[in-house]
Design a protein around this ligand. Structure first.
Ligand SMILES: [Zn+2]
Length: 88
């Protein structure tokens, strides 16, 4: 194909014309950053486990309401993250 701005011939996959620097209209392929993906999985798997464990420890230390709250919050966070990761 040809650059719309300067007419220079460019590859079909070229995003920016090398001659004039204009956008060729080719959309950049969207990629999920690996860091976000790993962060998501770590959050989805480890944080709820830590949260539930902490909740149980707090509950056994006579702060039952707060412990149960923490466990429930962790379960909801877990469901949320699994949903986000499946959505990706
Ligand atoms: Zn150009």
């Amino acid at each position: 194909m040809f650059c719309k701005a300067c007419g220079n011939e460019v590859l079909d996959t070229t995003i920016i014309c090398p001659k004039c620097g204009s956008s060729t209209g080719v959309e950049e392929v969207k990629t999920v950053s690996p860091a976000l993906l790993w962060g998501g999985w770590l959050s989805a798997i480890f944080l709820p486990i830590v949260g539930i464990a902490c909740g149980i420890v707090i509950a056994t230390r006579k702060q039952v309401g707060m412990g149960i709250g923490m466990v429930v919050t962790s379960i909801f966070a877990w469901i949320f993250w699994i949903g986000v990761l499946i959505g990706v």
